[in-house]
Write a protein that binds this ligand. Sequence first.
Ligand SMILES: NC(=O)c1ccc[n+]([C@@H]2O[C@H](COP(=O)([O-])OP(=O)(O)OC[C@H]3O[C@@H](n4cnc5c(N)ncnc54)[C@H](OP(=O)(O)O)[C@@H]3O)[C@@H](O)[C@H]2O)c1
Length: 249
Amino acid sequence: MNTHISPTQRLALVTGANKGIGYAVAEGLLGRGMTVYLGARDTYRGTSAVSALVARGYDARFVQLDVTDQASVDAAAMTIAQDAGELDILVNNAGVLATPIHAPSATSVDEMRETYEINVFGVVAVTNAMLPLLRRSAAARIVNITSNLGSVSLAASSRGFPQLLAYNSSKASLNAITVTYANELRNAGILVNAVSPGSVATDQNGHGGVLTAEQGALLPIRMATLPSDGPTGTAVTADEDLTHHRLPW
Ligand SMILES: NC(=O)c1ccc[n+]([C@@H]2O[C@H](COP(=O)([O-])OP(=O)(O)OC[C@H]3O[C@@H](n4cnc5c(N)ncnc54)[C@H](OP(=O)(O)O)[C@@H]3O)[C@@H](O)[C@H]2O)c1
């Protein structure tokens, strides 16, 4: 396969892209003419997803990427560096919601650690590994896929709010991480935002969500393709009618 990428081609990496929202985000970016690396921890699942997109004429590429494995993260960065030398868009999408769901008082530290390894530490590992490539882009964007469940304000003001200790706190941490990177990278012109896709029917929720994966991908794609005067350090979410608004911290 010819892995060379033209200097003018926009290049994106989506983590956890073999299915669900990540796959739909990758598909949407490909549909906008970009080259997209689909990161997947499992080679079979990743190459299967990429093959389906390549068969439709897209420049989709598989990269093995387990966000909890530093060697895998470093190897993915090396692959993209060798192919393209830079990266325009990073979508930190890979995430887990551990099941069965326990009450906060019955949640083990191990469950917290496992969730944080992917939803929090994995984002930091991938972002730091990709930043040298993102800094070479003229218009780099980072999108961190958060959740309405990560909103501390909503949790504090709603009695019926799901009390998922590991998941909610991991996404709240991701929101803080988003703002922290945004502040560091503002002067470099790299826009960093957190995006909650809304309630999306995927494996994560037993397909109990309201939106399709394609609908859930719309806001992440919009934030991944912001103009240079676009916002940074924000969190946004999509409602069931696909309207978009700020997500309270
Ligand atoms: N669905 C919703 O309503 C909703 C709402 C708000 C936020 N989100 C967030 O949206 C993102 C995507 O979720 P989804 O709903 O599309 O769920 P999904 O269909 O379960 O997809 C999750 C993806 O993350 C990958 N992943 C898990 N652990 C990984 C690891 N260690 N390294 C790399 N990839 C890993 C999975 O890979 P495997 O196939 O190998 O497991 C899969 O590709 C998550 O961050 C989730 O928290 C979802």
